[in-house]
Design a protein around this ligand. Sequence first.
Ligand code: UDP
Length: 515
Amino acid sequence: QSQELSHVRIDYHAALLALQEQGTRMVCTGKMHTDRICRFDYLCYCTEAEEFIFFHSNASVMLPNLGPRRFQPALLDLSSVEDHNTQYFNFLELPAAALKYMPKPVFVPDVTLILNRFNADNLMHIFHDDLLPIFYTMQQYTDLDDEARLVFMEGWGEGSHFDLYRLLSSKQPLLKEHLRNFGKLMCFTKSYIGLTKMTTWYQYGFVQPQGPKANILVSGNEIRQFASFIMDRLNITTEERPEGDDYIVVFSRASNRLILNEAELILALAQEYKMRTVTVSLEEQTFASIVQLISGASMLVSMHGAQLIMSMFLPRGAAVIELFPYAVNPEQYTPYKTLASLPGMDLQYISWRNTIEENSVAYPDRPWDQGGIAHLEKEEQERILANKEVPRHLCCRNPEWLFRIYQDTIVDIPSFLEVLREGIKVKPNLKKSKPASVVHPGRVRQPKCQTSVQAAHEAKLSVSWQIPWNLKYLKVREVKYEVWIQEQGRTHTCLTFSPSKTIPFQRTLSPLPHI
Ligand code: UDP
């Protein structure tokens, strides 16, 4: 007897026996629910109750064994967004003996990665919260390979860019709604739950106003490697273009937050930089064709918005110009600035904001989620209309923020060009800028400190060390050592070396008062 799910066949009888006898086994990494990823053998899911189930037997393992702390507040975060209370994961427990009274389980033979997508209709969220963390979680565990199965438990439909999730593995991802089709009780032979948070650089403002994460652990290198994986999977190759064939891409939005004088803007850019300038939008072009274009562009100009996440596909040295509607302070909304500024991304970032109220078209009568404010008290509406800048606010439904960010804009060309001229120091097609690979020196070896008495009131201190081991293989122009001299008690002096700091050796050694 065998059960088939996709193409892999497993021995049903053996699997059932293993589940009954061994129960579920869980081993996790991470000290806190916010940095935990768990690996399970035979974790089950009851589609009726919509609960994961841990079957206890004598051979079960549950590490960490948190007892009731498993619910404070959860075992782990199912999405890459930190500590969001709609994204918590936990399981119910049952004795394996209960299996006798339950529906026959269906086994999922693939190694699965189970997670929540955070917002599958927004391109920024798709990349930042889902694709990058999934990609690097898969890199962390070797059995999460191209044959792995992704399972999305947040409960939505495919969303607007499901094809992008399909690029990550050769198997069709499963949605929560699909699970019912497999039966009442599903058991994942091998599964991982949770996502790495090391690749995210932005927090959306749930507890403090949005901004870059406090401790960013990703560099441009990892973003670019991921971007080239995506390009590979999309069959995109960057062709060598002849010298002088540089171009600018204007990324426009077709339904809201429009640039109302796009033609004028394009003309101004083309004249200023003597480059051809092309427009793209997600409504008009395929995702892949936009990536193809962006990957060869010298400059990307766009209104603030999720489409700007595609700046990760720009070549090194290119410039990102982000436009902000009236009353929106660019310094407070920086997901794309932070991305462009990651070490090793090698992008130039410039923002422009509309400061001329008459050049702005607002939509007070639209629904609240498109920036409408007609539903608010008259006084509140007037306050918002009179305000020249959206005050700092938390996510996600601040009406003043939504009102302002969904305005259309006539870009004032003189001020726009001025910002560009000031911001872009060199010609933007600085494509051959060298990759920033920083190599750190190792520890200095055999540090020595010798003191000797020369005369009654004179002492000598000599300090020596050998260079760090890796230095002899590196082409470095200059190496700086920092030497700390500390007096110990009143009798002698010793040295501390701090190897990776690069402060010049500039302390003068003064004669020792007492030896
Ligand atoms: N979007 C688009 N064209 C538009 C408006 C939105 O392609 O005219 C896309 C946008 O890139 C994002 C999604 O629709 O992927 C949701 O847009 P929203 O305005 O909600 O988010 P934001 O762009 O402000 O992050």
